[in-house]
Ligand binder design. Structure first.
Ligand code: LLP
Length: 432
């Protein structure tokens, strides 16, 4: 490890290490990718994603299951392909995500459609291609889906998303299983909703679903949610509505700043123990992980443009910004920031790492001890999830390029967006 800071050096995610003072991912030094493709640049490790998936596969081994990668975390086609080829289905939340799923050739029955605001057109298209399940979030949505399916002479496969009212103990913006969140159907209304769904000619009840939040680092909220779900399953089945599958959503957290979430196989061992103890061990299981499959597999490389020391604050101005990495601005999220080539001879200074966007909220890291000079390249770690997929064109900044590394081979999987790409759908008005 390099001497990064005056404080103790944080550990790097699996797959990343310093080799002869150069930060590497699998077999490639990241500085070579920055030089070849420019910055800001997202780089992902295929092995890190597949290792993360393998932990879930180990945990669910021997049980009938489907791991539907929640592509909102990172929807690059090559990443979807990687995970689909390794056995994943996909969790989608929009027409656009459905098109991505179809573009990578996933079997449509391995697609589940989540989200509180599906439009009729989205429902129709998803029914036409034959997706595996709609996770329905309100009775109003259930009725519209029933009508759309009946108009097509079809029965839509449905699962009701339960709001179990458990506290996932995560950031309020990414906690979704509490009563006051907009998500899911309140626990106490679920049985009536299933009775209603079972009576609709355009619906076929196939499962039950919950998702309690994101970046969850504790097992307990999952165990609580599972208990509540199983109480409901027994009541719903006692009312004569059989459920083929149980969907426990996603949400497992990753290590950004020393968090210690359970490993996916450990989490599933505990959940399976409960399922077995309560007699549901053979039920088909569906899960929707996003962040935990890709988050720690990616980094964003960014060049230091200017050092701007000040009376109270020192600013390190880099070429990536809140449009590339929105999580710090949106959730005060922490991402580790490290140099690609540590400067051992330079004393570290405390910097706020900020981007070029015209907003004070445009920061990537605060009070970071770094020894750097203009022209150095930094890696913003754990940037595989909810970074590129949430990137915008604010300040008419083109979205970054993306590269996938496999061993010592790197492939460009998205080219850098140009200004022309950004104007494509705009029109000049004719001169009068
Ligand atoms: N299923 C549903 C219904 C979801 O809403 C989500 C995430 C997932 C699965 C995947 O959750 P994961 O395993 O990735 O935690 N932008 C925020 C995270 C928002 C999560 C939204 N829903 C962030 O950057 O932290």
């Amino acid at each position: 490890m390099p001497t990064l800071t005056g404080t103790s050096a944080p550990s790097l995610p699996p797959g990343f290490s310093y080799q002869s003072d150069r930060l590497t991912i699998e077999g490639i030094a990241l500085d070579t990718l920055a030089a070849q493709y420019g910055t800001p640049l997202f780089v992902y490790s295929r092995a890190a994603m597949l290792d993360a998936l393998a932990a879930y596969q180990r945990g669910l081994q021997g049980r009938e299951h489907l791991i539907c990668y929640a592509m909102k975390a990172n929807s690059n086609l090559a990443i979807l392909q990687t995970l689909v080829q390794a056995g994943c289905g996909l969790d989608i939340v929009s027409r656009g995500e459905l098109e991505r799923a179809l573009a990578v050739g996933v079997e449509p029955t391995r697609i589940i459609f989540s989200g509180v605001g599906k439009t009729r057109a989205e429902m129709r298209h998803a029914l036409e291609v034959g997706i595996g399940c709609f996770n329905v979030e309100s009775t109003a949505e259930l009725d519209v889906l029933d009508a759309v399916a009946q108009s097509m002479g079809l029965r839509a496969p449905v699962s009701v998303r339960v709001n179990p009212n458990v506290d996932a103990k995560t950031h309020p913006y990414i906690s979704t299983g509490l009563k006051d969140n907009k998500f899911g159907i309140a626990h106490e209304d679920v049985l009536a909703t299933y009775r209603h769904a079972a009576s609709c000619a355009g619906l076929r009840v196939v499962g039950i679903d919950c998702h309690i939040g994101s970046q969850i680092t504790d097992i307990d909220p999952y165990l609580d949610a599972l208990d509540r779900m199983l109480d409901l399953v027994s009541a719903i089945e006692a009312a004569g509505v059989p459920l083929e599958h149980l969907d426990l959503g996603g949400g497992l957290g990753i290590n950004y700043q020393g968090e210690t979430p359970p490993a996916a196989d450990e989490l599933w061992q505990r959940l399976l123990e409960k399922l077995d103890a309560r007699g549901y061990g053979q039920r088909r299981l569906v899960i929707e992980p996003g962040r935990s499959l890709v988050g720690n597999a990616g980094v964003c490389l960014t060049e230091v443009l200017y050092l701007k020391p000040g009376e109270h604050k020192n600013f390190l101005i880099v070429d990536a910004a809140m449009n590339d990495l929105p999580r710090p601005a949106m959730y005060q999220a922490f991402h580790q920031i490290v140099p690609l080539s540590p400067r051992q001879a330079l004393p570290p200074t405390t910097w706020d790492v900020v981007g070029p966007v015209c907003e004070s909220g445009d920061w990537l890291g605060r009070d970071r001890r770094l020894a750097v000079q203009a022209g150095d390249v930094l890696a913003v770690m754990s940037a595989g999830a909810y970074c590129m997929s949430m990137a915008s064109n604010y300040n008419t900044r083109g979205r970054a390029a993306e590269v996938l590394v496999d061993g010592n081979h790197a492939t460009l999987i998205r080219s850098r967006e140009t200004a022309a790409d950004q104007f494509r759908n705009e029109m000049l008005i004719s001169a009068t």
